[in-house]
Design a protein. Structure first.
Length: 106
């Protein structure tokens, strides 16, 4: 029983730690270095450069550690400094989906 509790708590911490939205709300600020953002969120899923601006995108990321809703995050840099950031369309977690497990019976 004790082992099960430790595993459950570990999973909760991992889920909370993986929430991009929590990091964005807590740690992002104007003027932040691009390297700092990448060190917090990891390598981006997309990159674009237009007229002296760079945009990094992180797609299909969990918004918070307490739900499974997902969104895309966009970060705009000029001279390697954060000037704008925001989210795309939120994709709600579907509660009517499930997992089917096949267990062989002998």
């Amino acid at each position: 029983m004790k082992k099960l509790i430790v595993i459950a708590l570990t999973l909760v911490v991992l889920i909370i730690g993986c929430a991009t939205g929590e990091i964005v709300k807590r740690d992002m600020h104007e003027g932040m270095a691009k390297e700092d953002l990448i060190s917090k969120l990891g390598n981006p899923d997309g990159f674009k450069r237009v007229e002296g601006y760079e945009m990094l995108s992180y797609t299909n990321r969990v918004i918070s550690g307490w739900g499974m809703d997902r969104t895309d995050y966009y970060f705009v840099f000029k001279n390697d400094r954060l000037v704008e950031w925001g989210t795309g369309e939120v994709r709600p977690h579907r509660t009517n989906t499930g997992v089917i497990l096949f267990v062989p019976v002998y």
